[in-house]
Design a protein around this ligand. Structure first.
Ligand SMILES: C[S@@+](CC[C@H](N)C(=O)[O-])C[C@H]1O[C@@H](n2cnc3c(N)ncnc32)[C@H](O)[C@@H]1O
Length: 264
């Protein structure tokens, strides 16, 4: 399985930094008081650890297509010392569960990597019980604005969008969650935009979001962007260096995540 961000140690660290920085913004209202919860695309368990803490009364099943990521997720939850989630390897498009097996489904930063996100939603709806709920959190790279801006930093950012698209994903998916969930047959769909704004008065956000989440994500597509001829090396280096300015004294960075909830 290959996907745009890959499975390096640096990417595992980036997912951790991302989840930790965004926890309050994305999860202050994520609570599953009880029942069986399925998290699909759990990766190295960065969101799992949050769910495990915030919803101790639920029975958590976590799935990912990558066995190495699942091993890391398992180790992380063991180190938290709780009787933890059950981890399983599998594909969201072919879930090994009977119809109606779960009370809640949770998906974070997964649909953007799939060639068939609607197929995934149909499969997730199938495994939900009659009044079951789904929570989906995705980003939207088209929502991003930053200052200062240069031709090269904009070009580097576009490389991220293009490489993901070439690999069959869609980094602009956040804005499509409402119609996508409705099309898959979900009801009571509600979408809540979650805006991140970073400037020098918020050094934690500049560090956690701009420097540790965003810039490593862009840097991660260097090889693919160069190989595909999307940018030349000199423009790339200038673009990355300019992106760093957006997380420094006179820089600002704005990005919107989308959190959707719906019922079967
Ligand atoms: C960006 S990571 C997000 C991980 C985690 N949700 C987080 O927020 O830290 C996306 C994850 O989706 C997984 N994935 C990709 N395609 C999948 C599929 N068809 N079925 C299950 N998991 C998949 C990848 O292996 C990767 O771990």
């Amino acid at each position: 399985m290959s996907y745009v961000h890959g499975y390096s140690g640096r990417e595992g660290q980036r997912l951790d930094d991302q989840a930790g920085t965004l926890e309050g913004l994305l999860h202050h209202d994520t609570v599953f008081p009880n029942g069986r919860v399925l998290e699909v695309g759990c990766g190295t368990g960065a969101q799992t650890a949050i769910l495990n803490r915030s919803s101790p009364g639920c029975e958590l099943f976590c799935m990912d297509i990558s066995a190495p990521s699942l091993s890391q997720a398992r180790r992380r939850c063991q180190s938290l010392g709780r009787s933890g989630p059950i981890f399983l390897q599998g594909d969201v498009l072919r879930l090994p569960f009977r119809d109606g097996s779960f009370d809640h489904v949770f998906v974070c930063f997964l649909l953007e990597h799939l060639a068939d996100p609607t197929g995934a939603l149909l499969e997730l709806r199938r495994v939900l019980c009659q009044s079951g709920s789904i929570t989906v959190i995705e980003g939207d790279h088209g929502s991003c604005r930053f200052h200062p801006e240069s031709q090269q930093s904009l070009q580097a950012w576009q490389c991220l969008i293009r490489v993901q698209e070439e690999m069959g994903g869609n980094s602009l998916i956040g804005r499509q969650l409402y119609p996508m969930l409705a099309k898959a047959g979900f009801e009571q769909v509600e979408v809540s935009p979650r805006l991140v704004y970073c400037d020098a008065s918020r050094p934690d956000w500049q560090e956690g979001f701009v420097r540790r989440t965003i810039i490593p994500m862009v840097e991660g597509v260097f090889d693919e962007a160069i190989d595909a001829g999307l940018i030349d090396r000199a423009s790339w280096e200038k673009g990355i260096s300019d992106l760093h300015l957006t997380g420094q004294k006179d820089g600002t960075f704005i990005y919107t995540f989308f959190k959707a909830t719906a019922r079967r």
